[in-house]
Design a protein around this ligand. Structure first.
Ligand SMILES: Cc1cc2nc3c(=O)[nH]c(=O)nc-3n(C[C@H](O)[C@H](O)[C@H](O)COP(=O)(O)OP(=O)(O)OC[C@H]3O[C@@H](n4cnc5c(N)ncnc54)[C@H](O)[C@@H]3O)c2cc1C
Length: 381
C-alpha cells in the first residue's frame, strides 16, 4: 500500500495527541512541527469522561492518579438576585462515576512530549512554519531549514493559527470585553470532588478540584477589573465567594490572564490543508468544552482514515467527510457556549429572563437536567 505524508503544525496538546493517535496507522508517515509547549502553571483542563479514553489508551492514564482530580459533582450558584439560586449536578444522575478528569496542562503536555519523542513513527521537528504553498496534489511547507511537500498539512497551531491564515481559510473572531484569570487556592474544607461556579452579573468564578483541599480558579470579569487586580483584592473576592463551600481559602500569590475570545473557522479545510483544535474553534472556558471539541476532531478524523485505508488522507473525499462530520458539533457548542456566556456577562433583561427560565426549568425537571448533562458531555456522540 502506498505511504502518505502528513505534516501536523503545532505541538500543543491537540497537535501531539493527534500525532500519537495517527502514528498507529501503518501507511502514514507523520512529521510534527513545533516547539515543546509551556502552559501557565495554573492552567488545568477538565477532560470530559467521554473523551478521557484517548489518554487511557495513549498514555495509560487511569484514576486514582496523583496528577488527576476527578470531578464528580458541580454546583452552580446564581447570585444575580439578592436571593441565591443553587443547582446541584451529580455524575451519578447520568450513571457516570465522574463528569470529567481535571489535569494540569503542563503535566499532560510533558507526558505527550515524552511519548512523541519515543515514537519511531513520528518525525518531530522543533521548528516553526514560515510559509505554505497549497496545491491540488501536494502542499509545500517552508521552515528556516528548507521546504518539503506533504499529502496533507494539519493546522494544530492554536487560536492565532498561521496555517489557517496561509491557507486562506476564513474565520470569524470576537474578543469579549472580559478577561480570564487563572490561579490556584488551598482551602480548609475538602472539596469532595466538587466544582463550584458562582455566577454574578458580569462575572463568573469557578473552582475546579486539583487535590482534596486544593482547587484551580478560573475567574472571568471585565478586562479593566482583571488588569488592576491585586493579590489582596483577589484573595478577598475568593474568600468571600467560596467560604460557604470550601471554608477558609488561601490564594496563590501569582496568576495568569487570558483574553476572552471566540473563533469559528468558516470551513475545516481548503485544498490539502485542514484544521483541528483551537485553530478551528475557540470558545470561552465554561462547561469544559474547548479541548474536548478538539479531541473529538481527532477521534473523528482518525476514524475516517481507518475506514478509508486506501484513500489519500488529503483527498477531497476524506476532508469533506471530516468537515461534514464535525461541523454540527462545533457549531452547536459555539452557539450554546456563547449564548450562555452572554447570558452570564450581560445586564440585558432578555438574557436575564432566559437565565431565570433555565434555572427554574432545571430545578423542576430531572429529565431536563439529564438531557443538559448528556448534551454537555456529548454522551450520544
Ligand atoms: C482559562 C482556560 C481554561 C480552559 N479550561 C478548559 C477545560 O476545562 N476543558 C476544556 O476542554 N478546555 C478548556 N480550555 C480550552 C483548552 O485549553 C484549549 O482548547 C486547548 O488548550 C487548545 O489546545 P491546542 O493544542 O488546539 O492549542 P495550543 O495549546 O494553543 O497549541 C498550539 C501550539 O501550536 C504552536 N504553534 C503556533 N504557531 C506555530 C507555527 N507557525 N509553527 C509551529 N508551531 C506553531 C504553539 O507554539 C503551540 O504550542 C480552557 C481554556 C482557557 C483559556
Amino acid at each position: 500500500m502506498q505511504n502518505y505524508k502528513i505534516a501536523i503544525v503545532g505541538s500543543g496538546i491537540i497537535g501531539m495527541t493527534l500525532a500519537l493517535q495517527l502514528s498507529a496507522i501503518n501507511h502514514i508517515n507523520i512529521t510534527l512541527f513545533g516547539k515543546k509547549p509551556k502552559y501557565s502553571e495554573f492552567k488545568t483542563t477538565a477532560i470530559l469522561a467521554t473523551s478521557f479514553d484517548i489518554y487511557q489508551q495513549l498514555l495509560g492514564l487511569t484514576v486514582p492518579h496523583p496528577q488527576i482530580s476527578e470531578l464528580k459533582k458541580f454546583k452552580i450558584i446564581d447570585e444575580l438576585k439578592p436571593k441565591k439560586k443553587i443547582i446541584d449536578f451529580d455524575a451519578t444522575e447520568i450513571n457516570l462515576n465522574s463528569f470529567a478528569y481535571n489535569i494540569r496542562d503542563n503535566y499532560l503536555a510533558d507526558r505527550l512530549y515524552e511519548e512523541v519523542k519515543n515514537n519511531n513513527s513520528i518525525t518531530y521537528k522543533s521548528e516553526f512554519i514560515k510559509g505554505l504553498e497549497d496545491g491540488l496534489d501536494k502542499t509545500i511547507l517552508y521552515t528556516s531549514h528548507g521546504s518539503v511537500g506533504y499529502d496533507l498539512v494539519i493546522g494544530a497551531d492554536g487560536r492565532n493559527s498561521v496555517i489557517r491564515q496561509l491557507a486562506g481559510i476564513n474565520f470569524s473572531k470576537k474578543t469579549y470585553k472580559e478577561n480570564i484569570l487563572v490561579t490556584e487556592i488551598e482551602h480548609s474544607n475538602q472539596n469532595n470532588n466538587t466544582s463550584f461556579e458562582i455566577q454574578r452579573n458580569g462575572s463568573l468564578l469557578t473552582s475546579v478540584p486539583t487535590g482534596d483541599k486544593k482547587s484551580a480558579i478560573v475567574m472571568i470579569d471585565q478586562s479593566q477589573i482583571i488588569e488592576k487586580m491585586t493579590v489582596d483584592a483577589l484573595d478577598k473576592i475568593i474568600r468571600d465567594s467560596l467560604l460557604p463551600y470550601l471554608g477558609k481559602t488561601k490564594v496563590n500569590k501569582r496568576y495568569s490572564t487570558f483574553p476572552s475570545q471566540t473563533i469559528n473557522a468558516e470551513k475545516l479545510f481548503r485544498n490539502r490543508v485542514m484544521l483541528v483544535g483551537e485553530s478551528a474553534h475557540v470558545i470561552p472556558p465554561i462547561g469544559a468544552q474547548g479541548l474536548n471539541l478538539g479531541l473529538r476532531d481527532i477521534i473523528t478524523f482518525c476514524k475516517i482514515l481507518s475506514d478509508n485505508e486506501r484513500k489519500n488522507p488529503g483527498s477531497k473525499t476524506i476532508l469533506s467527510s471530516y468537515n461534514n462530520l464535525r461541523w454540527l458539533d462545533i457549531y452547536k457548542r459555539y452557539k450554546s457556549v456563547n449564548l450562555l456566556y452572554q447570558s452570564m456577562m450581560s445586564n440585558n433583561a432578555a438574557y436575564s429572563a432566559l437565565r431565570n427560565i433555565g434555572f427554574l426549568t432545571l430545578n423542576k425537571s430531572k429529565r431536563m437536567k439529564k438531557t443538559l448533562l448528556s448534551e454537555g458531555l456529548s454522551v450520544n456522540n
